[in-house]
Design a protein around this ligand. Structure first.
Ligand code: GLY
Length: 389
């Protein structure tokens, strides 16, 4: 009996050890995949002619490149910055600079809430790693463009301008991610108006976007005459009442980041509540990578979303620093281990994208079970965070 117990203990120690991945090796593998992707981009001469600047995904075996207006245009530059950060190799820095420049004109774009993703993943990381004042100015201008979308009556930043027949003033949970750009702009300028808008958005979203179990609706539509909520619906989830997996991950990351920037314990409690929802969800398989929507009745015969797992892992590494004793770091290690072992592309495949098995927009039958740039971005960010104590 004693020896069986000992063996069990040994095995569990062994398993716990096995869940720590070799970060330099994971980065070297990711670097080799990115070299493949860069070759694929070079071969796509039509993309260059059409001014498509950034790789987004693979569909029907073909590389999909996007223009700088696309919401995902900044992730590839961000990945290149992460590769530079880990390796200190100037080659990655030069490439990161090149791909960061390609999205520069979007600093004046007032037609989307996604400027945080587009400009902070690219210029934000670039500024963090180089201190280049030209990058600083782009971040500030991008924040000025983003706050033009704030409505003081509703107290939130408008997400989309499209689909005017469906909603009046739509705000999506993803929008929490774009607040980081505003917090940074206040730090860079001393102008608190960006910060105030960010916390207004975070507070109003906290009030209106969440159900009692901490799951969130995808889209909340506001009446900007009264500030009242008109409807709570979905765009990318299974149904209005469901929990779209990536949305839950954006919420977790968003409130964790808001706590870092403000020290407001309400945001910390919100992040903990969302983490609990994600980590105890019954529909998520043992490996921790969720199906694209927790409430898709087709589970288990539907697609996973590796991007949601990568975003969650990254957020949990940060949240672990603010909420000790909850085991978030161990859970993040496990998720990252799974992504590394089971969800990375075979070397040279998937046009050079790093992870596979993400779901972009299933209801639109778009990007189902594919590699996608934001999964790769948050995977690399998680790898870097896994090494920080
Ligand atoms: N922000 C859009 C998405 O997560 O698909």
């Amino acid at each position: 009996m004693k020896s069986i117990l000992f063996l069990t203990a040994l095995l569990s120690v062994g398993m716990a050890k096995a869940q720590k991945i070799n970060v330099p090796k994971a980065f070297a593998d990711a670097g080799r995949q990115t070299e493949v992707l860069l070759q694929e981009i070079k071969k796509d001469t039509l993309a260059a002619k059409k001014n498509l600047v950034s790789p987004r995904t693979v569909e029907n075996g073909k590389l999909v490149m996007v223009n700088s207006r696309d919401w995902t245009s900044g992730f590839f530059a961000g990945e290149l910055w992460f590769l530079y950060e880990q390796s200190k190799n100037e080659k990655w820095k030069e490439l990161a600079r090149t791909y960061t420049e390609k999205v520069k004109k979007e600093q004046f774009n007032t037609g989307t809430h996604d400027l945080g993703f587009m400009m902070y993943c690219s210029f934000g990381n670039g500024y963090r790693l180089t201190g280049d004042t030209a990058y600083r100015n782009v971040i500030i201008q991008s924040a000025k463009s983003l706050v033009k979308r704030f409505n003081p009556v509703a107290g939130v930043i408008r997400s989309w301008d499209h689909n005017g027949a469906k909603w009046k003033y739509p705000v999506i949970i993803d929008n929490m991610m774009n607040l980081e750009l505003l917090f940074e702009a206040t730090k860079l300028t001393g102008d608190s108006s960006f910060y105030k808008i960010a916390i207004s958005h975070a507070d109003v979203t906290l009030k209106n976007h969440f159900r009692p179990d901490f799951s969130s609706w995808h889209v909340v539509d506001y009446d900007v005459q009264t500030g009242k909520v008109i409807q709570k619906v979905t765009a990318q989830g299974y149904s209005d009442a469901s929990a779209w997996a990536r949305g839950q991950a954006w919420a977790l990351y968003g409130y964790t980041m808001c706590y870092r920037e403000t020290g407001n314990k309400t945001y910390l409690a919100q992040a903990n509540g969302i983490a609990n929802l994600i980590l105890t969800n019954k529909s998520t398989p043992e490996d921790g990578v969720p199906y694209w929507d927790y409430n898709d009745p087709a589970i288990p015969n539907t697609s996973r979303d590796a991007s949601a797992a990568a975003i969650t892992a990254s957020a949990l590494y940060e949240l672990d620093g603010y909420s000790t004793g909850k085991g978030y770091r161990k859970t993040a290690d496990k998720l990252l281990y799974t992504l590394n072992k089971k969800y990375t592309s075979k070397p040279g495949s998937n046009k050079g994208f790093i992870l596979e098995h993400s779901t972009g927009h299933r209801p639109a039958k778009s990007e189902i079970d594919v590699p996608i740039n934001y999964a790769d971005y948050y995977y690399l960010e998680s790898l870097l965070r896994s090494e920080k104590k």
